[in-house]
Design a protein around this ligand. Structure first.
Ligand code: F6R
Length: 642
């Protein structure tokens, strides 16, 4: 069994964590460990000639686990003949062969690939009539009981703390039933259903009571976006607002986490509050900045008493008094601020984030989607250009799935009208337009666009990216559309990173031989386009490392998704005045297809330019709160050393 961090008999770390947690380097290792525990259990039950009763979940979290179980079956002969499984939930209504049904998910990812007997797996039936659901649910629970209960239950966790589809508010003794889905849950699922309107409003879920009766429970959570809810579930009070917190009262439940999902746990985020630690420079910085922000004091106003009262007296004893530590951290933070992201020519650069030489640098900005460059680092982008560097942009993917259907039609019809107006023979254009109209008229939710529509959508985004580049001043020959193949599936689900993706990335780096690379550093996102794009760059950089030009190539990571780097992580902060903020806004506006009700809005109703402005303003406010200069906005970067 996975060794969990909390030992209930000694109460170690019980001050903070009230449930067992195990943290792995990444979700792949974690999934392997969980698969091993399941495999061991199946084998023990086989030896006892007993069935092994598994409770299974769907969603993105268990995908790696199922892949490993399939591998164990195919390569190591693990048999599932004695496995009886009960899935947690199913959307309602839902046809089993629908692309989004959990029946289909389970068959494709696990059941059809192992030797489980078809009569042995159970998934709530999404095709029942409403009147029949209550009886069906009682029978579902009765069947589990008849098998002697669930031996091992796998769970994921929703952003609101749901387990199964027991949303916030579900009671601890809730039964298996039809439930209404939370808005947050529907938003999370809406990508798969091509928009919120097509996303089911209800589901059948195993109740909390049945989950709590499982003999062993393992909850899987990956990625930074789960970190807050994990902290609330494990360290917070047991409350129906966070159903996963009920697991604190289970006597054999473990939260299996990757580093990112665990990152907000007290012992990881502020380890000095939990045990004696070795104070590295990074930890000192993190602790002091955290202390100042917590006490709402500028760094230089922190006192010895502040350190002592907040669990940092050993740091004070080692490196104090407070005044000395404060000054050190203040200077460090001040040195991160620069209006010269490409380095300041003829200046002493010993304390600056970037080198002064060469004064004119070749810069390559990688943008995973066509608008990440301007959204995430538009101010820096413009400055680099204005300060005379040779700025290139590599648009890694076409971004073609994030364009609304009517936009595609509008552009196709524009081409026909344009041809018509200028007397250009336009039969082919007409044919493409008609084909697109016919397809889109009957397009079903989550149906993949035909090739022509995908091209049109890609072209729209390409034009918008070009327009941003012209706005910034980047010439055509420095704009590179990479169209990495992993992205081109036409669906949300992408292919894994492939050799071709790495090769295209290497070729561009080699061609430009940049002194600076900027990349979207969404390290924690276990799925997602940004992470694959980043992996392509990391892999390319690793392979190119022996080349001479790479010795001069520094890689700066900006945060592409909606979160910013932690204040203690930032190594370069590029400030902006109010006018520069407005300029950046104009640059973002070039992406018209991404304005006003975009295809993938997510749970945040702000438009992209608003999100970008809020985030850059918040970073500047943090610097201000800590006692440094007050700017209108700041873009933040971390250097990746390879
Ligand atoms: C799925 C289920 C849900 C998911 C949860 C997390 O069967 O019951 O509770 O486990 O929504 O989903 P992912 O893993 O996609 O983040």
């Amino acid at each position: 069994m996975l060794k969990s961090r909390i030992d209930k008999s000694t109460g170690f770390e019980k001050r903070f964590e009230n449930a067992g947690t195990v943290v792995y380097e990444n979700s792949i290792e974690a999934s392997k460990a969980v698969a091993k525990e399941i495999a061991d259990l199946i084998k023990v039950k086989q030896a006892q000639k007993q069935p092994c009763i598994l409770g299974l979940a769907t969603g993105s979290s268990p995908k790696g686990l199922y892949a490993e179980l399939v591998r164990l079956h195919k390569e190591e002969g693990l048999s599932f003949k004695n496995v009886v499984s009960f899935n947690l939930d199913e959307y309602y209504p839902m046809e089993p062969d629908s692309i989004n049904s959990y029946v289909r998910f389970m068959k494709e990812l696990l059941f059809d690939q192992v030797d489980i007997l078809p009569e042995n797996y159970h998934i709530p039936d999404g095709t029942l009539s409403k009147e029949d659901i209550a009886d069906y649910c009682s029978q579902y629970e009765a069947k589990i009981k008849a098998f002697g209960g669930i031996d091992l239950q796998i769970l994921g966790i929703g952003g609101n703390g749901h387990i199964g589809f027991n949303e916030s508010g579900a009671l601890q003794n809730s039964k298996t039933r039809l439930v209404a889905l939370d808005h947050i849950t529907r938003v999370a699922a809406s990508n798969d259903f091509s928009g919120l309107n097509n996303t089911p409003r209800t589901a059948i879920t195993l109740g909390v009571k049945a989950i709590m009766e499982a003999k062993r429970v393992i909850l899987l959570a990956w990625g930074e976006r789960k970190s807050n809810i994990i902290k609330a579930s494990v360290e917070g009070e047991v409350t129906n607002r966070v159903p996963a917190s009920y697991l604190q009262e289970h006597n054999n439940a473990t939260f299996v986490l990757d580093k990112a999902a665990a990152s907000k746990l007290t012992r990881i985020n502020t380890p000095w509050l939990v045990e004696k630690i070795d104070w590295t420079d990074e930890l000192i910085r993190k602790a002091v900045l955290g202390l100042a922000l917590h006490l709402k004091k500028p760094i230089l106003m922190l006192t010895d008493a502040d350190y002592i009262e907040n669990g940092m007296s050993d740091l004070l004893a080692d490196s104090g008094p407070a005044y000395d530590i404060n000054i050190k951290i203040f200077n460090k933070l001040q040195n991160t601020i620069t209006g010269w992201p490409g380095g300041k020519p003829n200046a002493d650069d010993s304390k600056r984030p970037e080198r002064a030489e060469p004064a004119k640098k070749r810069v390559l900005i990688f943008s995973p989607h066509p608008d990440d460059d301007i959204i995430s680092m538009g101010g820096t982008f413009k400055r680099l250009q204005e300060q005379g560097h040779e700025v290139h942009v590599g648009y890694q993917t076409s971004g073609n799935i994030a364009v609304a259907d009517d936009e595609a039609l509008r552009f196709a019809s524009f081409v026909c009208d344009y041809n018509d107006k200028f007397g250009i023979k336009s039969e082919e254009a007409e044919a493409i337009y008609k084909k697109a109209v016919a397809f889109l008229k009957n397009k079903k939710a989550s149906e993949v666009d035909i090739k022509e529509v995908r091209y049109i959508k890609g072209l729209i985004r390409r034009g918008e990216a070009q327009s941003t580049c012209y706005f910034v001043g980047v010439p055509d020959n420095q704009i590179h559309f990479m169209e990495l193949p992993f992205y081109e599936t036409g669906t949300i689900e992408k292919k894994p990173l492939g050799e071709k993706d790495v090769k295209i990335t290497m070729d561009l780096i080699e061609k430009i031989k940049p002194h600076q690379i900027y990349a979207a550093g969404d390290l924690a996102d276990p799925h997602g386009t940004h992470k694959v794009c980043l992996d392509a760059i990391f892999e390319a950089a690793k392979r190119l490392k022996p080349k001479k030009f790479m010795k001069d190539c520094w890689i700066w990571l900006y945060r592409g998704a909606w979160q910013e780097w932690g204040i203690d992580e930032i190594e370069m902060a590029v400030p902006m005045g109010p006018d520069q903020v407005l300029e950046k806004r104009k640059g973002i506006f070039k992406h018209q297809s991404q304005k006003d009700g975009v295809v993938f809005q997510g749970s945040d109703s702000r438009e992209f330019w608003q999100r970008a402005e809020d985030r850059n303003r918040e970073t500047a406010e943090l610097y201000d709160q800590l006692g440094l200069s007050h700017y209108a906005a700041m873009e933040a970067f971390v250097r990746w050393k390879y």
